[in-house]
Write a protein that binds this ligand. Structure first.
Ligand SMILES: [Zn+2]
Length: 254
């Protein structure tokens, strides 16, 4: 089976990310510096970009939280650091349609963008608890995913994308969430993004085996998803954990 390498791209850093939003009711009041992460999956002649990051510092500070975004964190520069130009991207996968994961989709005109059908349905009419994350019209904004509506390929459930790369339906943080399961020389990695925003979400706290994100619509759905993840992968890669950058590539090079 085809084998790939996965490069994490740091596209910005939240300066005051409330811990209890990432880890359900844990560490209320504690603020974390957390990265906004996209992943480049390379191999087999393909460059697959998983998520496209957030808006700029001014936008973020006004509508969400303050971020730091240095020149090297701009998506085009982060790709350039890996020798990849925007036109070299084969296709894009959006794990979900929150503003900090799809903002820069429009930097890739004409490229296919894969998203779950259920995610698109929810993103168009989210529950009020998620209006801010989708930048919904209900709060007077224009959702960033709407900039690229004609580029979406809507998939329904687990879907093979290429040999060794599968889109995995893991409803959790949002009801249409998908991860990307990637075959490597060292087993299967699941790009879990905000389904497991921190390694701690997966590793648990000694009482709870896994800890859901506080941003969810159905806890039963979250736990069913964890059961599924346990069966399919060897490693997970989270959406907002700086520890990801302890390595420049996955599987790590010795
Ligand atoms: Zn999210």
């Amino acid at each position: 089976m085809a084998e790939y390498k996965i490069y994490p791209l740091k596209l910005a850093e939240f300066q005051k990310h409330e811990k209890s939003t990432l880890l359900y009711l844990q560490g209320a009041g504690e603020k974390l510096v957390t990265p906004i992460i996209a992943y480049l999956v390379q191999g087999n002649g393909l460059n697959i970009l998983v998520d496209t990051g957030c808006g700029g510092p001014e936008w973020s500070a006004e509508h969400h939280h303050p971020i730091v975004q240095t020149e090297d964190m701009l998506l085009e520069n982060a790709l350039k650091a890996h020798g990849v130009k925007q036109e070299d991207i084969t296709c894009i996968v959006n794990t979900h349609l929150h503003w900090d994961h799809c903002w820069n989709n429009d930097k890739f005109p004409g490229k296919k963008i894969y998203v779950q059908k259920k995610e698109m349905e929810f993103a168009l009419h989210p529950l009020p608890t998620q209006w801010a994350y989708y930048e919904s019209e209900e709060i007077g904004l224009k959702p960033p995913f709407k900039k690229t509506m004609e580029q979406y390929i809507l998939v329904d459930g687990d879907t093979n994308l290429y040999e060794g790369i599968d889109l995995i339906f893991i409803p959790s943080h949002t009801p249409g969430f998908q991860g990307v399961l990637v075959n490597t020389t060292n087993g299967k990695y699941l790009i879990a993004s905000d389904c497991l925003g921190r390694f701690e979400n997966w590793e648990g706290n000694g009482v709870m085996k896994h800890i859901p994100s506080a941003i969810h619509v159905d806890l039963n759905q979250c736990y069913a998803t964890y059961d599924k993840i346990e069966k399919i992968c060897d490693y997970i890669l989270p959406g907002h954990d700086g520890k990801v950058f302890d390595e420049t590539v996955y599987p790590p090079e010795k």
